[in-house]
Ligand binder design. Sequence first.
Ligand code: ADP
Ligand code: ADP
Length: 232
Amino acid sequence: MISLKNISKKFSTKQGTIVAVEEVNLDIKKGEIFGIIGYSGAGKSTLIRLLNGLEKPTSGEIIVNNEDITKINEVKLRQVRQKVSMIFQHFNLLWSRTVEENIAFPLEIAGIPPAQRSQRVKELIDLVGLEGRGHYYPSQLSGGQKQRVGIARALANRPEVLLCDEATSALDPETTDSILDLLVSINAKLGLTIVLITHEMQVIQKICGRVAVMEKGHVVEEGNVLDVFQNP
Ligand code: ADP
Ligand code: ADP
């Protein structure tokens, strides 16, 4: 489904060159929940931004569905972004719009007609458990409910991959568990591939099958969660 081949990403700054990601190789399979864990500065965000084409690698190939996304034009890249969508630590909702309007936003951009749009929004609200909250504004929701809106919006155009960037890091442990349960049920129900980055081992242990451990831009360990986190 997703292959990273010898991916490096360097940033030029006034202080010199920063190597954010170096020589990373990863294979993520269709339908799995794959975790990427590491301390702050390890290169996780850069890696996830490379996966949906927000950044271009300095070298290497990123194959998504048999296509090298480092070599395609903007129009095709936008199609890839519909297939690979994302949720965020701070939700990134539109604050002046209601839950329904936030979820409808990507459908609007994709040119879906209003009647179909509201039908789809209704399905998504049910899917993420926000029944009765459609007319609320983000400021009237709890953190967990806001992330449910983020998830519904990310799923609107039926992506094949969901990237989660520290998606539970702003939430308390109980709410974290309920959002992770939702991700597991979406993965099972829709067969969606999930790639999740976090600095929290409990998150990986709770829902991921496989994990890559990042340190200073490198993947230093990779494998089944049970093997990687096994006590010596
Ligand atoms: P993580 O998500 O694991 O905290 P990041 O991918 O954000 O790590 O950062 C990895 C390294 O790359 C850090 O040293 C960071 O400062 C650097 N970095 C990330 N983005 C940029 C950028 N746009 N310009 C310069 N340096 C960057
Ligand atoms: P629009 O006018 O398109 O409805 P907004 O003005 O509501 O958009 O928001 C634009 C961006 O600013 C959004 O991406 C949102 O994340 C951010 N934003 C707006 N208000 C707030 C706020 N009170 N707190 C945090 N972010 C906000």
